[in-house]
Design a protein. Structure first.
Length: 453
């Protein structure tokens, strides 16, 4: 039995056991599945238009949706494993919070932190209503289970959003192409959860192929195919145990700083570079700014000299000081690193294997320069570098903790995993979670109706 079929079977059993009295017997219940992702290369350069290389992982979210049948058009969201994460297992959201996405955002901000997880699901409902795709005079019931680790930088939120959106569309008979679905799921993050993330997580969760790296040019979401890891090469993730958040101040400030750098360069060159910072190559950057961008810049100084930034989800705060050079250079050089990394995969030689690791190390160092590193993820990359059979390793996703991605020889992977976990626990007292295995994206598996047996 495939991992997908196993997930659906286990979820159906969970629904009968824990949500049997939750759903009404006479109305169909639709179920969809979506995996998390391992950010192999690209990370925080997605919002600057970089090429990214992402692997869908084995862990996934499953969401069951029943349309209507709720008094006063309430939306009820229940989770099969929220309590194990210290969260409230059932959340009821009144109809008035779905007037528009902003009203839902306000409701979530004023709610207890243990309830806010429901916004990733309710946000899908709110945006479909706002787009006129589902009736305004209706509610619904949602039941969720996800084994994608929370706060580990492997897109637990994107998996929940994509699974919820797919199940919602099935329950309400909404036809939607995959990129439109991914874009709406990104808007759940931006408009409802107030997290200024790019789109790579949602696209990978929807379109990823098992065992392959999805190549996405984030301008804004041009899928450039998939690339299979060469024979004898493997990637896995190791969760540091330090939770991160793409809604955190460090991530937001890094994004703002990158857009500040872009505006400075665009003003200097008299060009918008097609609307994306990553269209500035390292050579062009050196020509435009031979002495480099300012290392830091006060928001007030930037606003007086350059006005606003080319970003629809963040803004420069006058009282903040931003690390402009590191953030902008990360985007410019990361796009170059990702392209060279993909070439290494296609060359598949021993020399290419070693060079791929150099690009991963460069990405990891660049995260730290942006202020998005963490002592624990630094330690993991140092420990793994000491082990035979390793090409390289890097922090993933939004940084500030989370998961480290490791590229290694396939035959050495079991020994590397065991030794790395042991050494890390000995040094930190933390037992790391391993992110191993892969599975297809949501679009490869149609939503299905929950059986009534």
């Amino acid at each position: 039995m495939s991992i997908v079929e196993s997930d659906f079977d286990s979820f159906e059993n969970l629904c009968r056991r824990e949500a049997g009295d939750f759903f009404l017997p006479e109305t169909p219940v639709w179920v969809a599945r979506a995996p998390g992702r391992l950010d192999v290369m690209g990370g925080i350069a997605d919002y600057s238009g970089s090429l990214v290389a992402e692997m869908p992982i084995e862990q996934a979210a499953l969401c069951a949706v029943q349309a209507g049948g709720v008094k006063d058009n309430t939306v009820i969201v229940r989770s099969g494993n929220a309590e194990s994460e210290g969260l409230t297992s059932e959340v009821r959201l009144p109809a008035e919070v779905f007037i528009n996405p902003v009203s839902l955002l306000k409701f979530l901000r004023e709610s207890a932190p243990s309830l806010r997880w429901a916004g990733y699901i309710a946000g899908c409902f709110a945006l479909l209503r706002a787009e006129g795709l589902i009736p305004r005079s209706t509610g619904g019931r949602f039941f969720l289970y996800s084994n994608v680790p929370l706060g580990a930088g492997v897109s637990s939120s994107a998996a929940v959003e994509v699974a919820s959106m797919r199940a919602l569309c099935a329950a309400f008979g909404v036809e939607m192409d995959g990129l439109s679905l991914a874009r709406l799921c990104q808007r759940v993050e931006n408009d409802v959860m107030d997290a200024p993330c790019g789109i790579m997580d949602q696209v990978t969760s929807a379109f990823g192929e098992s065992g392959k790296l999805l190549l996405l040019l984030c301008q804004p979401h041009q899928i450039q195919g998939n690339v299979t890891l060469p024979n004898g090469w493997s990637v896995f993730g190791i969760d540091s145990g330090v939770k991160h958040s793409v809604g955190g101040v460090a991530y937001t400030n890094t994004r703002v700083a990158a857009f500040m750098g872009f505006k400075i360069l665009a003003d200097s060159a008299g060009s918008g570079f097609g609307g994306h910072l990553c269209n500035i190559t390292p050579n062009v950057y050196q020509e435009i700014s031979p002495n480099g961008l300012p290392e830091t810049m006060a928001g007030s100084d930037f606003l007086s000299m350059h006005g606003g930034i080319y970003d629809s989800v963040t803004a420069v705060e006058p009282g903040e000081t931003y690390s402009v050079r590191a953030a902008a250079e990360h985007a410019i050089f990361e796009n170059h690193r990702v392209r060279r990394f993909v070439e290494n995969l296609r060359q598949a030689s021993d020399a290419a294997f070693m060079e791929a690791g150099i690009h991963m190390a460069g990405a990891h160092k660049s995260y730290s320069a942006c202020g998005l590193g963490a002592p624990e993820t630094d330690l993991l990359t140092e420990l793994v570098a000491e082990l035979p059979g390793v090409s390289g390793a890097k922090i993933t996703g939004g940084g500030s903790g989370g998961t480290v991605c490791v590229l290694c020889r396939t035959e050495a992977e079991p020994d590397i995993v065991r030794e790395l976990a042991t050494r890390y626990t000995d040094r930190t007292g933390i037992t790391p979670r391993l992110i191993r295995g892969t599975s297809p994206g949501a679009l490869a598996t149609p939503p299905r109706m929950l059986s009534k047996r």
